[in-house]
Design a protein around this ligand. Sequence first.
Ligand SMILES: [Zn+2]
Length: 120
Amino acid sequence: MYAAPTASPVMAQGAYPCARCGGPGADHFPPGGPPMHRPCAGLGPDVLDWPWLLLAYSVVVPIGCTLVGAVIASIPYYIWRRDYPVRARTYNLHVWIAFGLSCLMWVGLFALMAVFSPKR
Ligand SMILES: [Zn+2]
């Protein structure tokens, strides 16, 4: 029985050989392309640096519960989605947390204003 020595979907991810250097453990899977190591594909590590979190929160929270901030802050997510999936997902998660925080703050603010506004 002949088994082709190519990668199959049932293989564990760590078993994929790299298309560039031939070593095992390819961890980058470009759509429609062969698996590669991230360094072999010219990519950095798939992690989110903390300044991006700062940016996400400082853009989304002040603009408030209007979706505009969330949409603007989501642009990096679409840029990273293909080559940096983990970074994109982590970043997007924090954008939505910031959006939720912002909504809570605005709701709280209006509730306070309603309570303390002078009755006529
Ligand atoms: Zn490689």
